[in-house]
Design a protein around this ligand. Structure first.
Ligand SMILES: *Cc1c(COP(=O)(O)O)cnc(C)c1O
Length: 395
């Protein structure tokens, strides 16, 4: 069995049927007919068949999926056009009208909107619970519960869900468990090793790693991935050949990038925690994080995601100072998304003001002074210096 770093570079190479060291981009929508009618019939119906028609599959998509399945220690994986394509296709492969889903208060915002505006409209019932409270998940189980959907660390406040507890709870009650592993990346966290059934990703983030593509992935058993593939065939969100090729290239350096990002984020979090204008630094790797011990027990590294709450005399001043930092930071671009080689900063209260109610925002801890950072691979001294000069301007 090869080690993770080796798999990142070599897994699924057999899908490259040419002699080139780097897999070509199969920029084609369709493929030559097979040798005979039986083979053609097989190509037309086999899940993820890589050489039939692009919506069914593509050799690079198969190669990327092989790498991601290996990382997530699942039997199989499917790559799709975006993280939301992966999340919606995977959930729709589990639930139908009349079913019940248990989810968290805090999720990626579009996942929350998908549950609220889409699933509920199609007759699926959702109960949201506090992810830090194991008993809340247990108490929410109903006879028609089909799915427990979790995200850890969660967006944007970096709360942790107990993977081993949820994995076991699902097994005890015959409920499928699914986790959004985007924030952690499989370098830092492997949910399948804690008994979670399905892992979904926005590969747009750490997996791609260069902010130059959108993609999503679903990881699970061969049987489950076939179900998701059948859904995706109809929903039609296949990953384009070029984005797939970029994702394959990005994945080769995933371990190197994530290790550097983990290191930078911890150092910056330690520095920010001591700054007088910071009310609170929320980083899973700091002992001050309320769930640091749980995080240590299920994560190998603590990611590049961290949040700070800027200090002010009141809500208005905190809002103004948060806006001031956004304005004066030079290296940190004020942009959404995360997980790339470059550091980014965002203000969740303005980002999600339109899609979430005040109450929802409060429940997921989005205050006016809250800033979310995605740390990149720049030199740590420069990242700290950038904050130093920006803080000096907002005093
Ligand atoms: C970005 C993101 C998504 C959605 O992924 P897209 O590629 O934008 O569709 C889902 N979950 C998390 C945690 C994310 O950060």
């Amino acid at each position: 069995m090869s080690k993770l770093e080796t798999s990142l570079v070599h897994e699924g190479e057999h899908f490259n049927t040419t002699n080139s060291v780097v897999s070509p981009i199969y920029q084609t929508s369709t493929y030559f007919a097979a040798e005979n009618i039986e083979e053609f019939a097989h190509a037309a119906s086999a899940p993820k068949y890589p050489e039939f028609y692009h919506r069914h599959g593509n050799p690079t998509n198969s190669q990327v999926a092989a790498v991601i399945a290996k990382l997530e220690q699942t039997e199989d994986a499917l790559v799709l056009a975006t993280g939301m394509a992966a999340i919606s296709s995977a959930i729709l492969a589990v639930v139908q009208s009349g079913d019940h889903v248990i989810a968290q208060y805090a999720h990626y915002s579009a996942s929350l909107v998908f549950m609220r505006d889409f699933l509920q409209q199609y007759g699926v019932e959702i109960t949201h619970v506090n992810q830090t409270d194991n008993e809340a998940f247990k108490n929410a189980i109903q006879p028609n519960t089909k799915l427990i959907y979790i995200e850890t660390p969660s967006n944007p406040n970096l709360d942790i869900t107990d993977l081993a507890f949820i994995g076991q709870l699902g097994k005890d009650h015959d409920i499928i468990t699914m986790v959004d592993n985007t924030f952690a990346s499989p370098i830092n966290q492997v949910p399948a090793s804690f008994g979670i059934d399905v892992v979904v990703h926005s590969a747009t983030k750490y997996l791609g790693g260069h902010s130059d593509l959108t993609a999503g992935a679903v990881c699970g058993t061969k049987e489950f991935i076939e179900k998701v593939w059948r859904r995706s065939l109809l929903l039609g969100a296949s990953l384009s050949p070029f984005d797939s090729w970029l994702l394959l290239r990005g994945l080769k350096t995933l371990a190197l990038r994530v290790r550097q990002i983990n290191e930078n984020a911890l150092a910056l979090a330690q520095w920010l925690e001591k700054h007088p204008l910071v009310k609170k630094t929320n980083y899973v790797g700091l002992p001050s994080h309320p769930q640091h011990d749980l995080a240590k027990s299920q994560m190998k590294g603590f990611t590049g995601m961290l949040c700070i709450e800027v200090k002010g005399q009141d809500d208005t001043e905190e809002f103004q100072r948060a806006q001031g930092l956004l304005k004066h930071l030079d290296l940190f671009a004020n942009a959404v998304s995360l997980g790339g080689v470059e550091s980014l900063i965002a203000h969740p209260a303005s980002m999600w003001g339109a899609s979430q109610s005040e109450e929802q925002r409060k429940k997921s801890g989005i205050t006016n002074g809250l800033l979310r950072l995605s740390i990149g691979i720049e030199h740590i001294d420069d990242l700290i210096a950038d904050f130093e000069q920006a803080f000096a301007k907002i005093q």
